[in-house]
Design a protein around this ligand. Structure first.
Ligand code: ADP
Ligand code: ZN
Length: 521
């Protein structure tokens, strides 16, 4: 068997690094022992090394499944530049090109072969793989397998064929999305055998998190830019039109800006990207199409001109700031009009594939993050299933904390109602139960007979919604996207219910704002 010592030598020889990062070493050790492994690590954490180094030292070829042809190409070029024999094969190539690469595999000349899921599952490809020695399957961007995630790709669900056809070849699945549901989906749908799961911390403590009301945002942006003289940054906008308009307005005001969106020609896009990477231009105004696979470590700030659709996207986008570890800023503009806009868009695009309800719930979580009155980093990390021990000290809420009151009784009422309804209610129904509403759903389930029915009558529906989101944000309950958005109790809720743990809540009226709050609802 290949040893970890050999892997360390390969790391030095091919990548020039002295040592593995702590988790990489454990992961690679597991892979070399033939175990299935799941890796949840933020972008920039060093996931690629976790399969590239084993690929080099194990006999045979590592097959890498990757959803984006552009990324495949970049990775293969980087490997070749380091002297590692690698290639990619996908349907954009001619039959002849594909044939040549297959020959290289048969002759044992490659260590890594990148394929798209479509290609992997196309007829005859799996039987071709049986004719070569596959050392390892690496499923990159593995969150694409989960219908509850933000980037679902139906073809990923067919990847179970890997384990069915190659039961003795180890599989490593990697993603930068860490919520529990995704993790569970990855393990189940890939049929992984008793996998080792590695979850790195997703915290990016050097990024300062800020939310500001959306009113008058252009002036707020220029003020911000004047404090970030010459520092490279990205402004994300919702629409292509918005992107162009903002870039032009900034230029007209003397700033160095360009724009990027998927409606531009490949040449125009490449130019904008190059200009930004080489610091020829300070600011890039972009849609979310910008950023995938962009390796620029000194992005000092990210602004969201519009509210992102969900927290996964938001976190990925702000994560492009401060990769070098130096202090960076993330500024989000929030206006209720943006939420309404987005909601209408989602509802207009309604179809079976678009999972409209799921997207609306995720948008609601995003909105509640923007309106939140607890440490923003705590909320983000909690969303991905990571509980922080203390507040971060590097967000607007930590710097300017709101006044809290003892909300233990309110929390107990809500949590006990969840328990008494067997954790089968979603937020809307829970509020009805707490307020003693006589809706048909309440009556149908006989919830009017449970002890907490009407126990929270004195609190308005809107306030209950805010309190429940605070409890959700702070980990006192969880929302099961895959079970009708029902609310579930957690370890923390049990401490509140049974062990006298106190809960501090924020009254919405008490939230301190630098400016008058944007009128909500
Ligand atoms: P991810 O795929 O998780 O986004 P990458 O694999 O692209 O991350 O790695 C991010 C950066 O960290 C790359 O520049 C990579 O070369 C570097 N890196 C990875 N492992 C190590 C290591 N053990 N020591 C130093 N740098 C590393
Ligand atoms: Zn904080």
């Amino acid at each position: 068997m290949v040893t970890i010592r050999k892997a360390r030598e390969a790391l030095k020889l091919y990548f020039g690094y002295e040592q593995f990062r702590p988790m990489q070493e454990q992961i690679i050790d597991g892979v070399l022992q033939g175990k299935d492994v799941v890796v949840l690590m933020p972008t920039g954490g060093g996931k690629s090394v976790c399969f590239q180094v084993p690929a080099i030292v194990m006999p045979g070829i590592c097959v890498v499944i990757s959803p984006l042809i552009a990324l495949m190409k970049d990775q293969v070029e980087a490997l070749l530049a380091n002297g590692i024999p690698a290639a990619y094969i996908n349907s954009s190539q001619s039959a002849d090109q594909q044939y040549q690469i297959e020959n290289q595999c048969l002759e044992g000349k490659l260590k890594l072969l990148y394929v798209s899921p479509e290609k992997l599952l196309s007829s005859g490809f799996l039987s071709f793989l049986k004719r070569i020695k596959v050392s390892l399957f690496a499923v990159d961007e593995a969150h694409c397998i989960s219908a509850w995630g933000h980037d679902f790709r139906p073809e990923y669900t067919q990847l179970k064929a890997i384990k069915q056809q190659f039961p003795s070849v180890p599989v490593i699945a990697l993603t930068a999305t860490a919520d529990k549901l995704t993790q569970k989906d990855i393990q189940e749908q890939l049929y992984l055998r008793n996998p080792e799961v590695y979850v790195a911390s997703f915290d990016r403590p050097n990024i300062n998190l800020m939310v500001k009301p959306g009113r008058d945002r252009f002036n707020k942006i220029t003020e911000f830019l004047n404090r970030h003289h010459n520092q490279p940054g990205i402004i994300y906008c919702l629409s292509r039109k918005g992107v162009e308009a903002l870039a032009n307005k900034l230029k007209a005001n003397g700033y160095s800006a360009t724009y990027y969106h998927a409606g531009m020609s490949p040449n125009q896009r490449a130019k904008a990207q190059e200009d930004f990477l080489r610091d020829n231009v300070q600011i890039v105004c972009a849609t979310i199409a910008f950023g995938m696979g962009i390796d620029k470590s000194n992005v000092r700030w990210v602004i969201h001109y519009n509210l992102p659709k969900n927290i996964e996207g938001y976190y990925q986008e702000i994560g492009r700031a401060g990769r070098d570890g130096a202090k960076s800023d993330a500024l989000l503009f929030y206006s209720f009009a943006d939420v309404m806009n987005m909601r209408n868009m989602l509802q207009e695009n309604q179809s079976r594939e678009t999972q409209t309800e799921l997207q609306l719930v995720k948008l609601e979580r995003m909105q509640q993050f923007a309106e939140a009155s607890a440490c923003r980093r705590r909320i983000l990390l909690q969303y991905f299933g990571e509980t922080m021990r203390k507040d971060c000290g590097n967000c607007d809420i930590c710097r300017n904390p709101p006044v809290r009151f003892d909300g233990t009784l309110l929390a107990q009422k809500a949590l006990s109602a969840i328990a008494r309804t067997q954790e089968q209610v979603n937020m809307g129904l829970l509020v009805d139960v707490l307020r003693g509403a006589r809706t048909s759903q309440v009556m149908q389930h006989g919830f009017d007979r449970i002890k907490t029915y009407g126990a929270g009558r004195e609190v308005s529906t809107m306030d209950w919604n805010r309190y429940l989101h605070q409890l959700l944000n702070e980990g006192y309950m969880e929302m099961a996207y895959d079970q009708g958005y029902t609310l579930k109790l957690t370890e923390h809720s049990n401490q509140v219910l049974f062990e006298g743990r106190k809960v501090q809540l924020v009254k919405f009226e008490d939230v301190k704002q630098e400016e008058p709050a944007v009128k909500a609802r």
